[in-house]
Ligand binder design. Structure first.
Ligand SMILES: CC(C)(COP(=O)(O)OP(=O)(O)OC[C@H]1O[C@@H](n2cnc3c(N)ncnc32)[C@H](O)[C@@H]1OP(=O)(O)O)[C@@H](O)C(=O)NCCC(=O)NCCS
Length: 195
């Protein structure tokens, strides 16, 4: 049976105790790891029976040479080896991207080209596009900056109009061929059940 994973969100840099617990997930929490945590705007933590088994953050400590407007970076992703291939990264990644898009800047992420597990995730996603490749400052190896395909910066650059975020309470115009109202919770209206 798959373990029941819970997710918690926090919207600021982790406190020292929490930082220590999250850092123990990674083999080598270096100065860059801590810089990212210092600039965290969202921390998504995956928990199994109260233990931290995965983390990913949205932060504003961007050092890659992106051209994007107001970049916000999705980084510090780590899943405990015993909990990999369960979809934890997918869940954390979706949550981070939704939040980063709502911040109004341009979500980016930076991938070491040798990291196959990360590369496959971004390459198969329609929500990400390559912005540019560059040479890592410390490694001297190829790195790639990916940009959120739904961001205003990417869409404008691709000749597309920006997406307007959904507004709560918006009233849709009448449908031309009759309309079915959406049943609210508790209503039973078979005609509103999509095929
Ligand atoms: C990269 C990393 C975060 C992926 O975490 P993960 O939780 O295993 O990721 P997912 O479970 O979402 O997906 C991993 C693979 O398992 C597959 N998978 C997901 N759910 C699955 C399931 N129930 N059964 C079998 N396979 C499954 C996914 O399709 C994916 O396949 P792919 O590698 O062929 O694309 C993890 O390997 C890690 O922490 N690596 C070290 C740190 C690192 O590289 N971080 C990223 C830096 S950018």
């Amino acid at each position: 049976m798959l373990p029941a994973i819970e997710y918690s969100l926090s919207f600021s840099a982790p406190s020292s105790g929490e930082r220590e617990a999250l850092s123990s997930l990674t083999p080598s929490p270096d100065a860059r790891w801590h810089e990212k945590l210092d600039a965290a705007k969202l921390v998504v933590t995956a928990l199994h029976e109260g233990s931290r088994v995965g983390v990913g953050i949205v932060h504003t400590s961007v050092t890659a040479p992106t051209l994007a407007d107001s970049p916000v970076e999705l980084g510090a992703m780590f899943v405990h080896p015993a909990y990999r291939r369960l979809g934890i990264r997918e869940q954390i990644a979706d949550t981070r991207l939704t939040y980063a898009l709502s911040m109004g800047g341009t979500p980016i992420t930076v991938i070491d080209n040798r990291n196959d597990a990360s590369w496959r995730h971004f390459a198969r996603s329609t929500q990400w596009a390559v912005e540019q490749e560059y040479t890592g400052y410390f490694t001297g190896l190829p790195m790639t900056i990916w940009v959120a395909a739904e961001s205003a910066w990417h869409r404008t650059r691709s000749g597309l109009s920006s997406l307007v975020p959904a507004q709560p309470g918006i009233v849709l115009p009448d449908a031309p061929f009759g309309s079915h109202h959406l049943a609210s919770a508790g209503e039973s209206d078979a005609s509103s059940i999509p095929a």
